[in-house]
Design a protein around this ligand. Structure first.
Ligand code: HEC
Length: 126
């Protein structure tokens, strides 16, 4: 009676890291697909590809408005903060409110799950 329970517990514990990895991969893939539909028409994640918006490869941990050579709005240039997952979520939700005067058109992604997936995808590019 005790042994099967113990065996099951050990098995579950052993499979947890693998499950976490799978979950992360699913989130990253979903985030990539969402990025493609919501952000890719203006943003690239490939340094060789110019786009209307700044390159987002490596944006997590980067100071806002500092991707070299990109003509940012004065508002984003002066913003001074570093892009954290929380900042990215607030930006996706209401970029005009987060940095008044930005030239990025309002995207309005309010679903926290969608925000989370896109942040996971962007973080995976670091
Ligand atoms: C209609 C075009 C457009 C769409 C769609 C768009 N963006 Fe942007 N984005 C811009 C522009 C233009 C800027 C530069 C803003 C400025 O200089 O004020 C920008 C800036 C940014 C920045 C600041 C980067 C930095 O270097 O400081 C982030 C982060 C960002 N966008 C994320 C996103 C994400 C995530 C999505 C999709 C959910 C998205 N954007 C969708 C045009 C767009």
């Amino acid at each position: 009676m005790f042994r099967p329970v113990l065996a099951a517990t050990v098995l579950i514990c052993l499979s947890l890291p693998a499950a976490a990895e799978t979950y992360k991969k699913v989130k990253t893939d979903a985030g990539g697909a969402l990025f493609e539909t919501s952000c890719m028409r203006c943003h690239s994640v490939d340094a060789d590809k110019a786009s209307y918006g700044p390159l987002l490869n490596g944006v997590v941990g980067r100071r806002a408005g500092t991707y070299q050579g990109y003509p940012y709005s004065e508002a984003l240039k002066a913003a001074g903060f570093v892009w954290t997952p929380g900042a990215l979520r607030a930006w996706m939700e209401d970029n005009d409110k987060f940095v008044p005067g930005t030239k990025m058109r309002h995207v309005g992604i309010e679903d926290p799950t969608v925000q989370d997936f896109i942040v996971t995808y962007l973080t995976s590019l670091n």
